[in-house]
Ligand binder design. Structure first.
Ligand SMILES: C[S@@+](CC[C@H](N)C(=O)[O-])C[C@H]1O[C@@H](n2cnc3c(N)ncnc32)[C@H](O)[C@@H]1O
Length: 342
């Protein structure tokens, strides 16, 4: 997406210093002053600032999530209606279009009419042939759908989510939300509720039949993903001026399928944490299924891998491995088998 074109399409033009000031306000609003969380959506300039900064820096997260799915799931999603609930300026709906080129139709749902105005403006320029419906509530999609939430579920109570799911009964359900400990607690409730409603998990859990190994942990250990990205130079400049890092992006993404079959190979696990780097090795934590779900520590010897590549790897990728040696403390020395495809 051409960034200078995006800046030209804002509801209100903003010069760089105004944009930086407003982005700082937004960031404060999302982290510390959460009682006023919805206010920015009522102000044209704040909606424009959100669009100029968070839209292009959030989109890489959807590419990551889609890339982690089996190819047949991606093919099925391409044939679904997309319901982007809490779409804001159309962030992830635009991301989906960018990824798939076109979807059968897209429902942009938001309680803010300004956000919807901004989303429609962007779609008419970037994807003029994409069929879209924009509104504050759901209408019948008339086909199998993917119900998606991006940074909006943290603002929506769980009972509202269950009502929406009941009404839509989507084939796929997914979200990309803040990578915080606080949202992880909500993600666990959602995970449990999805299992009870007949869904299976494609990402990140290997199975919903067992409890999450991190469920009972009270310390700083929770399941989230981290990607490392670079942006258009203009965005990098705005990030630096606002002192906000948008190159390392933590988030919590999940994707479920109604009555889905989610086979997981036995010699693989999801990278959920990079624990440490020692002089000779990296220690990672993987989540995998054998009799139940469990987390194991694996040691990779530095001499066997390309260090530059390892540093850029995302947390959340699926890792195939072969155990070379059993070490102490539930740790295994391993060889990574799919390093070239990561
Ligand atoms: C932080 S923005 C996220 C926008 C976009 N999805 C993204 O990730 O960049 C949250 C959006 O959710 C919308 N929202 C919050 N609660 C909502 C609800 N109950 N119904 C519809 N939209 C809602 C807000 O108006 C806002 O536009």
């Amino acid at each position: 997406m051409d960034y200078s074109k995006l800046r030209d399409l804002l509801l209100c033009p903003l010069d760089d210093s105004d944009l930086v000031r407003r982005v700082k306000l937004l960031s404060e609003n999302f982290t510390t002053r959460r009682e006023k969380i919805g206010e920015y959506t009522l102000d044209k300039k704040q909606v424009s600032a959100y669009t100029a900064f968070y839209l292009p820096t959030n989109i890489p997260k959807i590419n990551f999530l889609l890339n982690q799915l089996p190819s047949e799931v991606r093919e099925n999603i391409k044939k679904c209606s997309l319901i982007d609930y809490g779409t804001g300026p159309g962030t992830y709906a635009l991301g989906f279009c960018d990824y798939f080129e076109q979807l059968p139709d897209i429902h942009l749902i938001d309680q803010s009419s300004l956000m919807l105005d901004q989303a429609k403006k962007l779609f008419s320029e970037f994807f003029p042939n994409q069929k879209i419906h924009a509104g504050s509530s759901l209408s019948d999609t008339g086909r199998e759908s993917l119900l998606f939430f991006g940074n909006s579920l943290n603002e929506i109570p769980l009972n509202e989510l269950w009502d929406i799911l009941e009404k839509v009964r989507p084939k796929y359900f997914a979200f990309i939300e803040p990578g915080t400990r606080e949202f992880f607690s909500k993600a666990l409730d959602i995970r449990r509720g999805m299992g009870q409603r007949g869904y299976a998990s494609h990402f990140p859990c290997p199975s919903l039949n067992y409890s999450c190994p991190l469920e009972k942990k009270k310390d700083d250990d929770w399941c989230h993903q981290i990607i490392h990205v670079t942006h258009d130079q203009e965005i990098e400049r705005i990030s630096q001026m606002a002192k906000l890092d948008r190159r390392t992006l933590p988030f919590i993404a999940h994707l479920y399928e109604l009555e889905g079959q989610c086979e997981k190979p036995s010699n693989s696990g999801r990278l959920i944490r990079i624990i440490k780097e020692t002089k000779f090795s990296y220690i990672w934590e993987l989540c995998l299924q054998d009799e139940n779900l469990k987390n194991i520590k694996v040691e990779l010897l530095k001499k066997t891998i390309d260090k530059k590549k390892i540093k850029k790897l995302s947390v959340g990728i699926e890792v195939s491995f072969r155990i070379l040696k059993t070490l102490e403390n539930n740790t295994y020395r391993v060889e990574i088998l799919n390093l070239d495809n990561l």
